[in-house]
Design a protein around this ligand. Structure first.
Ligand SMILES: [Zn+2]
Ligand SMILES: [Zn+2]
Length: 348
């Protein structure tokens, strides 16, 4: 094949990829089995130029394969940030990967874009957006919920099942409002000639929870507990237990004694944090607010000294202009355990 013909075929291939990316193609067009798609993409990312990922991948799967089911429990950071726009951090979101399924804890803005990146960077098919089964919300502040619509409605017609969502009172009304917001899309896609393998895939099953065990499946136990997020009530933290890991997630909270108790013996404690150096430069009104609703670095260090998690991972960090790494030093000045400042797409 001479170069001109090769280039012609390559152009057609790129065009086909673009059509797939539009998402309106038929179910029979360019469906890549997830294992092939994952391998190809993983090769591209792990290859000579990991920043280049060519083409959209239209993934389907009938469920986790043995290789995925046998992986150890992992957590992927989909969003390490806050409400403050940040070029390198999405808002709050963590993904638990267990037995080939992805369980999200919060879903702030940018989290689902990161889920696609993480799917290929870490070769986790469960993180392909339309494959994510479940989301657990800590509370309904926007920096924890903004990507709920993106999670529920990205390629909804390709979902095996609609999204399962768990969270505080108010979640059911929120999902009804999202359905109203997206009703034109559902109507357009189901009312024309677009194949919709699952015409009900957009439906979100919302469960408003209270304290206690809220989910159990195949050795996975998810427990919600009240935390102290100022006037935001309820606000939950989560304790996740699997056969090989105990993980505690703070959500947004001031120092919480219950959380300190839940985190005793945890393999990983993911906890929000406020830099004291940064907070010192804020007005007294903002200092009062943050002290009542969030956890300063020294209070977090005291909590860690009490709970002694094997690993403390800081996320949802409010730095207010202080160098980010300084908050780690502030915690380590009081607690000598392992402290890591999470970045988006980190995996634990
Ligand atoms: Zn909040
Ligand atoms: Zn927040």
């Amino acid at each position: 094949m001479n170069m001109r013909i090769f280039a012609h075929h390559w152009t057609k291939f790129i065009l086909a990829c673009c059509i797939v990316q539009l998402g309106a193609c038929s179910a029979s067009t360019a469906n890549l089995q997830n294992s092939n798609a994952g391998n190809n993409a993983a090769e591209q990312i792990n290859g000579a130029n990991p920043s280049v990922v060519t083409g959209a991948r239209n993934e389907l799967r009938n469920g986790p394969v043995t290789e995925d089911i046998s992986r150890p429990t992992q957590i992927v950071v989909l969003g390490s940030g806050t409400p403050i726009p940040d070029a390198k951090r999405a808002s709050a979101s963590l993904a638990l990967i267990y037995k080939g399924e992805a369980y999200l804890f919060d879903v702030g803005a940018g989290a689902i874009r990161n889920a696609t990146k993480a799917r290929y960077r870490h070769d986790i098919p469960a993180l392909y957006p339309s494959q994510i089964c479940c989301v657990f919300l800590t509370h309904l502040h926007s920096d924890h919920t903004m990507d709920l619509v993106e999670l529920a409605y990205t390629m909804w017609w390709r979902r095996r099942d609609g999204l399962l969502a768990f969270g505080p009172d108010g979640l059911a009304g929120m999902t009804r409002a999202l359905a109203q917001f997206m009703a034109p899309d559902v109507s357009l896609r189901t009312g024309g000639n677009q194949p919709t393998p699952n015409p009900l895939g957009y439906r979100v099953s919302a469960t408003e929870i209270s304290e206690g065990i809220v989910f159990e499946k195949d050795g996975l136990i998810i427990e919600a507990f009240d935390v102290n997020h100022g006037h935001v009530k309820p606000a939950y933290g989560y304790k996740i237990t699997t056969p090989d890991k105990v993980i505690v997630i703070s959500g947004d909270t001031a120092y919480s004694e219950i959380l300190a108790q839940k985190a005793v013996g945890a393999d990983i404690l993911f906890h929000e944090v406020v830099s004291e150096a940064g907070l010192g430069g804020r007005s007294i009104f903002w200092q009062n607010y943050h002290n009542s609703a969030h956890t300063t670095s020294s209070n977090l260090a005291k909590l860690a000294r009490s709970a002694k998690p094997a690993k403390l991972v800081l996320y949802h960090g409010l730095h207010f202009g202080a160098p980010e790494q300084q908050v780690v030093e502030e915690v380590q000045a009081i607690w000598d355990g392992e402290v890591i400042l999470a970045n988006d797409l980190d995996i634990f």
